[in-house]
Write a protein that binds this ligand. Structure first.
Ligand code: SF4
Length: 290
């Protein structure tokens, strides 16, 4: 298996075989993101990627139950690439039960309904989409490339094709100035996307990103910790997914929480209230990660 540069995957894919079928992110403009800035986006040579799958099959075959296709927005690949890769994964890993990748809303919208269905039938069944915010002003400032409506439509089309969704929101993304709008808009978008999995991460301003430049110039300010917890409280209290597994277990968060929404909403809100009043300790700054 050959890997190039830094690899990123969701926490829930820690035990998955990571297939690096693309390098970098085809968009690479989000103002807060430094993940793939050193990489020029390209789809890896198909023969080379297929050889990786075959090698992984020989080495790990029956032990692989999940495959995560990297890098940043692998859904962007054409079906000419996806279909042989998905077929190779099914052959190489007899106990395979899930194939997933990161996707932008634009990646979903660029595919026809028939193409999405074909991908689902071939085995791609979980998309990780990170709108980060449901507030259109914030989305524009983040240069996310899609607004509320586009994310909602992408989710609708992916779900109609039979895919499951994991939606990721970013506490603090609206800055101190749009904290309330960001939290409420994000809850509304989580409701509209109605994913099976919901996660909240906390924004860290990474040096040398466009967001860091804005922060240096005094044009962006992270909300303080109580305000970040307040955003999370609004999000949990207002989001109305049908039945979503909810997690804030990412290392960036001050308070790891888990449960299902809406079933566990009251318990999670009560925990947040206890944290806001100082009765529950927060993860110390030194223990947080990106
Ligand atoms: S789409 Fe994802 S990987 Fe690409 S620039 Fe934005 S946050 Fe980074």
């Amino acid at each position: 298996m050959r890997y190039e540069g830094s690899l990123y995957r969701p926490p829930s894919e820690a035990r998955s075989y990571i297939l690096q079928a693309t390098l970098g992110c085809s968009w690479n403009h989000c103002t807060y993101c430094a993940m793939y800035r050193e990489k020029t986006f390209r789809v890896r040579d198909l023969a080379e990627t297929l050889a990786d799958v075959e090698a992984a099959g020989r080495r790990f075959g029956p032990n692989v139950e999940k495959v995560f296709v990297a890098d940043g927005d692998a859904l962007v690949m054409d079906l000419d690439h996806w279909r042989p890769l998905l077929a190779a994964c099914r052959r190489a890993f007899p106990r395979l039960r899930q194939i997933s990748c990161y996707a932008m809303a634009t990646n979903v919208l660029a595919k026809t309904d028939a193409e999405l269905r074909t991908l689902r039938e071939d085995g791609l069944d979980l998309l990780y989409i990170g709108p980060e915010s449901g507030d259109d002003v914030t989305l524009k400032r983040l240069a996310k490339g899609s607004d509320f409506a586009a994310h909602a439509e992408a989710a609708r089309r992916a779900k109609a094709a039979g895919m499951r969704l994991s939606a990721i929101f970013l506490l603090g993304a609206g800055g101190a100035g749009r904290s309330a709008e960001h939290a409420l808009g994000s809850a509304r978008l989580a409701t509209a996307m109605d994913p099976e999995y919901l996660a909240a991460l906390t924004l860290t301003v990474v040096p040398e990103t466009p967001l860091a430049v804005l922060e240096d110039r005094g044009r962006f300010e992270l909300p303080d910790v109580p305000a970040l917890l307040g955003e999370l409280r609004t999000f949990v209290a207002e989001a109305r997914p049908t039945d979503a597994v909810f997690r804030t277990n990412h290392a960036s968060n001050y308070l790891p929480l888990g449960g299902r929404l809406p079933r566990d909403r009251d318990r999670i809100v009560a925990t947040l209230d206890a944290a806001l009043s100082g009765d529950i300790p927060l993860r110390p700054e030194w223990a947080r990660g990106l």
